[in-house]
Design a protein around this ligand. Structure first.
Ligand code: ZN
Length: 392
């Protein structure tokens, strides 16, 4: 790959070298011939190194062949970027560093070379170096929106959410683009951190800031209800959880388990039956129905639980529904019928064990649990419960 790339680039170098030489020695034919022959020897030297699979030495020859001046800066930048895109980070860094070391660059050219080198470092995982270059550009007032965007990527990788919020806000001002959905997620990350340390008051404050940034943020609502449950206020937690219905119905399966916990601790089974029944008939999905079946079973009403699941399965096949239905039938079955049911139960158990019930809407990444930052495409809040036989 790299060999092919360099072969492709050498004619560009050949042209540039020849052109530079021609401009410098245009007054004398004899000297032009001399320059061409010097260039030719460099060209063949580089080619020879390539053929001997010594690409690093070939780059040295190549870089020396191209004089850095106003005419060849673009060629150097293009070559450096090509290397970076090919995953040849070290080579891209060498070329961009070589460029920056030249005192003849204009302010604009130097800023562009710094920006490119910053991207090389970022790609190579050298976050500290990358951060200082993009900060330098910001101080110079060059490539401000681009530098802020890159700094945002760095702070996200470093999980430095306070700095991420700061640069995201500055990016919004400079670019006129909105990042409120991401900012809400950064506040949720901070809330999560406080929650892990059982610091409920600051955690709640962060949830409120998340909702102020994006009132549709389901994650902030779920976190807020969790904090309220920790504080023993199940009544408020139920109210908060019900708010998800107004935010994004695709996340409704996520509220069923915490709702059940709250209803159980308050002993409000009738209210639970009513609300879960409503969710199930209004939005479908197997999770609210299974929650309802659990409440019915808890009240000793197994017949109704079985009937409701069976009726739902006739309309919408679901492995989780079938698994629960078998479970309910197992209670009252004996002998061969019970043995057969156990075989079926083992089958559904295995199917459910293997399934990945969450999927990223942007890149298709599948996950076992709900994650708010896609590890594959780095999108925020793009992973949702999947629909269909194996999912909802
Ligand atoms: Zn994704």
């Amino acid at each position: 790959m790299e060999l092919a790339l360099l072969f492709a680039l050498l004619p560009v170098a050949a042209f540039s070298g020849w052109w530079v030489a021609r401009r410098q020695f245009a007054s004398s034919d004899a000297r032009e011939n001399c320059a061409n022959s010097e260039f030719s020897s460099d060209y063949f030297k580089g080619l020879n190194l390539l053929l001997n699979e010594q690409p690093d030495k070939a780059i040295d020859v190549f870089v020396n062949m191209l004089q850095v001046d106003n005419d060849t800066v673009e060629t150097h930048l293009a070559l450096g970027n090509l290397f970076r895109r090919q995953g040849e980070g070290e080579r891209a860094i060498r070329i961009h560093q070589n460029l920056i070391a030249r005192p003849t660059l204009s302010k604009k050219q130097r800023a562009l070379a710094l920006f490119e080198l910053g991207q090389d470092y970022l790609r190579a995982g050298l976050l500290g170096r990358s951060e200082s270059l993009f900060t330098e550009l910001l101080e110079q007032g060059e490539y401000r929106a681009e530098a802020l965007e890159k700094l945002l990527a760095i702070y996200t990788q470093e999980r430095d959410w306070e700095k991420a919020i700061d640069v995201a806000r500055r990016f919004e001002q400079v670019s006129g683009r909105h990042l409120n959905l991401s900012i809400a997620q950064f506040y949720c990350e901070l809330a999560d951190g406080f929650l892990a340390k059982a610091e409920y008051r600051p955690a709640l404050k962060m949830c409120k800031r998340a909702l102020a940034a994006d009132k549709q943020c389901v994650r902030a609502t779920l976190l807020k209800s969790k904090i309220e449950r920790h504080g023993g206020d199940c009544k408020q937690a139920i109210k908060t959880l019900k708010h998800v219905e107004k935010q994004e119905v695709q996340y409704l399966p996520e509220i069923v388990e915490p709702l059940l916990e709250c209803y159980h601790s308050l002993g409000k089974f009738e209210e639970a039956e009513q609300y879960l029944g409503y969710l199930s008939s209004e939005y479908g999905g197997i999770t609210p129905l299974l929650g309802l079946a659990e409440i019915l079973r808890h009240q000793g009403n197994e017949k109704e639980a079985t009937d409701r699941i069976a009726a739902s399965l006739r309309e919408r096949p679901s492995v989780r529904g079938l698994d629960q239905l078998i479970e309910l039938h197992l209670v009252n079955s004996q002998g061969v019928a019970r043995d057969n049911l156990l075989i079926l139960k083992e089958l559904t158990r295995r199917l459910l064990e293997e399934k990945l019930p969450y999927r990223c809407g942007s890149c298709g990444f599948k996950a076992k649990t709900l994650r708010w930052h896609c590890p594959s495409c780095k999108e925020w809040a793009s992973i949702r419960p999947i629909q269909g036989v194996i999912g909802e």
